[in-house]
Design a protein around this ligand. Structure first.
Ligand code: SF4
Length: 250
């Protein structure tokens, strides 16, 4: 007899929850980190989300945890689905979304976009208040080299959000010696010029997750890389803002 998949049962494997978070979306967030990711980003600071944890929960069980934080979701706050890759759990998100909707709670999806645009994924995006999309590398070659993934998938998610008027934020992690030149930044601006998005934020590579590689016994491909310099990151963010502005006015 075939064994039902986790999603057919609308259960999800959860890595952890973070209450009263403030960075992954607007207002006060309740972050739900799923396990499982199709990518292996060289700079990943959450390699502990790659494989299943012991927390396997139904949408109803997760909803019971979320509802306690409803009073904090005023001023645009809500749930953020993160990971790992949250859109691997689109059926689960869609079931939970109905419960969130009944309780007037919105959600945001923080995704690498490294998934097929299945009908479940499109529904999860359609019902989201907002999508935060990682723009990891600006060429298919580097995308493959540093993440193992398919460049075209996240581009499809970006286009889908744009075509459907979904609120979109973009993010890129800047790594010293890999994608930290002004020329790189210009290429990122060019890559997203047909996306409609509210903001595009550069994040500095940091070394705070290095201990996880050691604990898990996983080779850390960037173990000799320094953290990104804050001043240089600010300069690159300013350069990006200028390139984006120029693209809009051209
Ligand atoms: S998509 Fe996120 S969780 Fe997955 S490997 Fe990349 S950085 Fe890590």
């Amino acid at each position: 007899m075939p064994v039902p998949s986790i999603n057919q049962c609308n259960m999800a494997n959860i890595h952890s929850f973070e209450s009263l978070a403030a960075v992954d979306g607007e207002g006060i967030r309740y972050d739900i980190f799923f396990t499982g990711c199709p990518l292996r980003c060289a700079y990943c600071h959450n390699p502990d989300t790659w494989h299943a944890s012991s927390i396997n929960m139904s949408a109803e069980e997760v909803m019971k945890k979320v509802i306690r934080y409803k009073p904090y979701f005023r001023n645009g706050g809500g749930v953020t689905f993160s990971g790992g890759e949250p859109l691997l759990n689109a059926d689960f998100i869609n079931e939970l979304s109905e419960m969130l909707n009944k309780n007037g709670i919105s959600y945001c999806i923080d995704t690498s976009g490294s998934v097929e645009l299945s009908s479940a994924v499109m529904t999860a995006i359609d019902n989201a208040d907002m999508v935060i999309l990682d723009i990891k590398f600006h060429t298919p070659e580097d995308y493959k080299k540093y993440t193992g993934g398919d460049f075209e998938k996240f581009m499809s998610v970006g286009r889908y959000c744009t075509d459907n008027g979904k609120r979109l934020w973009l993010r890129t992690v800047i790594i010293p010696g890999i994608n930290d030149t002004v020329e790189d930044i210009k290429c990122y601006a060019e890559l997203v010029k047909n996306f409609k998005f509210e903001k595009y934020e550069l994040l500095g590579f940091h070394t705070m997750g290095f201990f996880k590689y050691e604990n898990l016994g996983i080779e850390n491909p960037l173990k000799n890389s320094p953290a990104m310099n804050h001043e240089k990151l600010k300069d690159l963010q300013n350069a990006l803002n200028t390139f984006l502005q120029n693209n809009r006015t051209n």
